[in-house]
Design a protein around this ligand. Structure first.
Ligand code: FES
Length: 120
């Protein structure tokens, strides 16, 4: 019921919003992986993110957060910042999804997948 989980709203590259329930302590990357079979669209995300399995050795789990949620998080580590610098489409509210752990404070967080580079 209400209060048991943390609602996470992913915004996919095509603009579709997908709302899922997460558990406290899960990373945003865990949440994306956990929902791959249930939610069409997140399956696509699976191929894009989490290449290094949360070892801070890639930037494929880059997500753009809503400013309010971003401000509730602890500062990224130097290691995370180094990897973020390599991420395409970096913004002021960008984080690596594998480093952002869910808690009740973050209920309603919005995590947008960066738009991949592509010639129009
Ligand atoms: Fe590689 Fe997050 S999964 S840095």
């Amino acid at each position: 019921g209400p209060g048991d989980g943390v609602q996470v709203n992913f915004i996919l590259q095509d603009g579709e919003e997908v709302s899922v329930q997460a558990h406290e302590g899960e990373s945003l990357l865990d949440v994306a992986w956990a929902n791959d079979i249930d939610v069409e669209g997140i399956f696509f995300l699976l191929f894009l993110i989490g290449a290094c399995e949360a070892t801070l050795a890639c930037s494929t789990c880059h997500l753009i957060l809503d400013p309010e949620s971003y401000s509730k998080l602890e500062e990224p580590t130097d290691e995370e910042n180094d990897m973020l610098d390599l991420a395409f489409g970096l913004t002021d509210t960008s984080r690596l999804g594998c480093q952002v752990l869910m808690n009740k404070e973050l209920d309603g967080i919005v995590a947008k997948l960066p738009t991949m580079t592509r010639n129009a």
